[in-house]
Design a binder for this molecule. Structure first.
Ligand SMILES: Nc1ncnc2c1ncn2[C@@H]1O[C@H](COP(=O)(O)OP(=O)(O)OP(=O)(O)O)[C@@H](O)[C@H]1O
Ligand SMILES: [Mg+2]
Length: 355
């Protein structure tokens, strides 16, 4: 890896985001930290409700009130986004960091042509001539912008872009709508793309095409990507590094090969066992027993303990730290904390997991 690729683009430090609710404070993101280098693809993986979307929305400071970022830093290109004015933040969104939202249909406006919607994103940021005014367009500028819109439509694989420019969202298939959303996200050439379950609503073939497209964009333009998905197998094929989340916290993190080949946290192991494989069609997948806990009433210890076959009394006693394991991943589990002095802990339990 050369020095440009090693440049850290985004670093989250101890980020917590909460939603006050009638049932109490929901700590949707609790002390999350990771970094993304230029051109890198990070996967955030976990079951529904574990805080994945909240992490992405926090990065762009799009958490709706009464929710708020409680603590932590969001360092993008050396500056903490939490300290920026609303205006400065608007310039970051779309232009520097773009997001493909979880619900594609609600993002596209049914009343506007696809081309217009891509054009609007470009115009909002005035990328073509660098001016910030949204007044009447200068001579030739509109033509240059339209050219750029057609270029990006071609890049994301929308066929006959000149004809499709004037089509409305309902005239596009699900896969084409997702391509249009990627075009909106990419038209200003952001350095970082946040993709929240971008292929979940699509069938397997289209899913592969969209992932292929995102990989090409990553390779050709060096765009860094944070991919949010509940599918660890999909993340394994697509990402360089993986952060596994459970109940608002990262429970395991590391390079993709390490996390997938040697999952250390029992939750990661459970997620991998849930993944249906084509070669094993007909065999039952093993779901993780039990449910995700209520984030408004988290236990003092490990929130995964009630579902975990390695559970010991000590798991419920207090917060578990994220520690480096002997295999290089980082895991939030007592199996990887030096717990040999604990009375009810047997060294053989740990050996069993690592065998
Ligand atoms: N606006 C909100 N008000 C109250 N609670 C919220 C709000 N948005 C999210 N939550 C809660 O925060 C937690 C994390 O939600 P989030 O949407 O980030 O999870 P997720 O991992 O993206 O889930 P999914 O895979 O279903 O999209 C959940 O318990 C959810 O109920
Ligand atoms: Mg989500």
């Amino acid at each position: 890896m050369n020095s440009i690729q090693q440049e850290i683009l985004l670093e989250l430090r101890n980020l917590s985001t909460v939603y006050p609710t009638k049932r109490g404070l929901v700590r949707a993101v609790d002390g999350v930290g990771f970094s993304v280098k230029r051109g890198q693809i990070l996967g955030i993986v976990g079951e529904s409700g574990c805080g994945k979307s909240t992490v992405l929305l926090s990065i762009l400071r799009l958490i709706r009130r009464p929710g708020y970022i409680d603590q932590g830093q969001i360092i993008f290109r050396g500056q903490d986004l939490r300290g920026l004015s609303s205006n400065a933040m608007r310039n970051i969104r779309g232009r520097e960091i773009s997001m493909i939202f979880q619900d594609p249909l609600s993002t596209l406006n049914p009343a506007f042509q696809i081309g217009q919607q891509i054009h609007e994103s470009l115009r909002l940021h005035q990328v073509i001539d660098g001016s910030r005014s949204l007044g009447p367009l200068k001579m030739g500028q509109r033509a240059r912008e339209k050219e750029r819109v057609l270029e990006v439509m071609t890049e994301v694989g929308i066929p006959s872009p000149v004809d499709r420019y004037t089509a409305y969202p309902h005239q596009f298939s699900g896969g084409m709508q997702q391509r249009a959303l990627i075009a909106i996200a990419l038209v200003c050439e952001p350095a970082l793309l946040l993709a929240d379950e971008p292929t979940t609503a699509l069938d397997v073939t289209i899913q592969a095409q969209i992932l292929d497209l995102m990989r090409r964009i990553n390779q050709n333009r060096g765009t860094a990507i944070i991919l949010v998905t509940h599918d660890l197998g999909l993340a394994a094929e697509f990402c360089d590094t993986i952060a596994v989340m459970y109940a608002g916290r990262i429970v395991e993190q590391g390079p993709v090969d390490d996390v997938v080949a040697n999952p250390q946290h029992p939750y990661t192991q459970g997620l991998l066992a849930c993944r249906p494989r084509i070669s094993e069609r007909g065999q039952r997948v093993q779901p993780i027993p039990g449910n995700v806990p209520d984030l408004a009433e988290l236990p003092p210890g490990c929130p995964f303990a009630p579902r975990c076959s390695y559970q010991r009394g000590a798991c419920d006693e207090g917060p578990i730290p994220l520690v480096s394991t002997s295999l290089g991943n980082i895991s939030r589990c007592l199996l990887h904390v030096d717990y040999r002095r604990q009375k009810d802990w047997k060294w053989t339990d740990r050996v069993a997991l690592e065998a």
